[in-house]
Design a protein around this ligand. Structure first.
Ligand code: MLT
Length: 254
């Protein structure tokens, strides 16, 4: 992977393909490899930018707390480095929260938004408390309990569960702690929807147990020009469980 220094961290990324630029952001606690199977389906249409978000994969992080906005600022710095002024951006789950922060902070730099297995709502108080508890547990005992709890929730497919477990085990505790706190404190993006005049694609598995399909339908209800794809039988990883439909939907962001 290529690496740049930005905001006190080293940010790793891959750049592939030619066409309109599209940034693909992974969710928690994963890395850019979740997109591996859709990259070949998209690289003739887009110039793809696939970063590892701070702390994950080959990117480093800092030892202090940071808001979701800092993940978005890392992406803006990467785009500056690459000479890309405006781009489409699609995020999976937590990557969607980063994409929404990017849309709020840099409205002039976004040409299209993809929300994959994500949501625009902030955490309710009990979920926020749960995140702080998980962060404290990771600090004390390591990542094992989060990995165990999430593995079967990603997808019913045992092969993809094995992929998710192996991927989750790569990242250091600091990445988990930083991201859990940033997710707990993220802003509600509901009011942002009205400002989205660009194409918006919402892709969601109808069997997602981590973020229910209702969150995607609510985005479609609030934003009639959004294109909603409900991936039948898919869980929280539609880019792997239903890669063709996911790639086809993302092509609307050209
Ligand atoms: C993710 O997949 O990024 C997380 O499950 C999102 C979340 O916990 O809200």
């Amino acid at each position: 992977m290529e690496k740049i220094g930005i905001n006190g961290i080293e940010l790793a990324y891959i750049r592939r393909g030619t066409g309109t630029s599209l940034v693909l952001l992974h969710g928690f606690p994963l890395d850019h490899h979740i997109w591996d199977e859709v990259v070949p389906l998209l690289e003739d249409t887009f110039e793809l930018i696939l970063p590892d978000l701070r702390g994950f994969g080959e990117s480093t992080t800092v030892n202090s707390s940071y808001p979701m906005d800092d993940f978005a600022s890392d992406i803006a710095g990467l785009l500056d480095h690459l000479g890309i002024q405006k781009t489409a951006i699609a995020g999976h789950s937590m990557g969607g929260y980063v994409a929404l922060a990017f849309a709020r902070l840099y409205p002039e730099r976004i040409s299209g938004l993809g929300l994959v297995s994500s949501q625009v709502l902030a955490d309710p108080p009990d979920r926020r408390e749960g995140r702080y508890k998980s962060a404290a547990e990771v600090a004390e005992k390591g990542i094992g309990s989060v990995v165990d709890a999430m593995t079967t929730k990603f997808t019913p497919d045992p092969n993809l569960q094995a992929f998710a477990r192996e991927n989750m085990e790569k990242h250091p505790p600091a990445a988990y702690i930083g991201a859990l706190k940033a997710m707990a404190e993220r802003k509600d993006s509901t009011s942002l929807l009205a400002s989205m005049k660009y194409p918006v694609v919402v892709i969601h598995g109808d069997a997602d147990v981590l973020i229910p399909i209702e969150r995607a339908r609510e985005v479609k209800d609030a934003l009639p020009h959004a294109h909603l794809v409900e991936a039948a039988g898919a869980g929280h990883l539609p880019m792997m469980e239903d890669k063709v439909q996911t790639a086809d939907a993302l092509k609307r962001l050209t």
